[in-house]
Write a protein that binds this ligand. Sequence first.
Ligand SMILES: [Mg+2]
Length: 462
Amino acid sequence: MASLIWYFYFRVANMASNAVLSEAPRALSAKYVGSFAYLTVKDRLPTILTKVIDTIHRNRNQFFEEYGEEGVQAEKRAISFLSKLRNELQTDKPIVALADNAPDADSWNQYLQKQQALMDQGGPASWFRSPWLYVECYLYRRMWEALLLNPPISGFDIFKEAKTQAYFESQQAVMAICTHLHDLVEGIGKLVEPQLCEEFLKLLQVSLWGNRCDLSISAGKENSQKSSPIDSLEDLKPFILVDDSNMVWSVLMKSKVLGGESQGRVDFILDNAGFELVTDLVLADFLVSSGLAREIHFHGKSMPWFVSDTTREDFEWTIKQMSGANHGWTCWSGTRWQQYLSAGVWSYHDHPFWTLPHEFCHMATEAPDLHALLQGAKLIFFKGDLNYRKLTGDRAWDYSVTFRRALRGFDPAPLCSLRTLKADVQVGLQPGQGEELTAREADWMTSGKYAVVQFLCPHKEQ
Ligand SMILES: [Mg+2]
């Protein structure tokens, strides 16, 4: 009887999913041999796993000092778990349910059942046959499981070292951008609208190119910003394939003019810690100081994620580091941001939905509380590649399909994607533009050389 109920459950689930999916092209997957997804699952993800194993091993002494022999035993078990995981990945074994009891485990296991029901020729959901977005997110969740299941080292952030190093390696650029912010804020009251707009566009582009500093795409290899980001903006402009910056500016100005003074909330769905996070904080400071926003919400990850993604600890650590820096304007910036946080002008949020594998068009049903929260923003910035993949469903869209169509109804508030291209999904281009780029540079979608500033206004506000 139970199996009959399951049969009908999967049939109905399958039909419902197919109805939604029929509006969208296929998901990217490692099953397409030679695709970027295939190369990622085959090469990049095992390399990241190997580095994680190495990191845990190198911290053995620290675990011993903190927890004694129990810490060393936990380290051994975590390494053995991760080695087995790497083998499962490389030999395309079935995806298995999570065995930890963390609050998100049920959602993951239900998602696995859905994926199972969607497998086209039967057979289990597996690393090389299931959607790339799902298996890549699942890998990071399993890495976290390796620690969760092995107390007392459960709280260890396997990517902390890499993130810290990336931050320190971009010190020159951090100092340059903080000096720029200080000079700007000092004279901000005297700026007339066109000047304010010009300054906004500069900092928007700094935040955009800050997204190049991504450790998951370089498989953990050093990838930091060395020079002053402001100086290179003009040279980088030709590499912005879609630039809706002026529409973003209009949204910000519209509510400022209506209210007469600063009002409204701007949300940042963060990507990477390190230099990129600093560029986001600088942009956020500008929005508050100029009166374009009254409040900022930052949304980050609740577990170590895609190597360099920002967690609450990274967020707090970065601001603390900066407020204690020797460089005057870096220290000035960090201290100022601590005050924003204490005063509630800035706040950090880490909803579990950001570390689930869902496309954002399912946010309203999967995480209605988060969707409702985002609806309260006057503008939302989605930083980086993974957010772009989730916005567009990580699907094989034609390049010229509109951004709106690819988002399939997801429009909680005016939103802007700031993304350098590191995965082979791109929409909203001019007819022929993608084909022309492909003919010229085979890896244009994955090299991080190109970027987009793509804007969407909700239907009701059009
Ligand atoms: Mg990232």
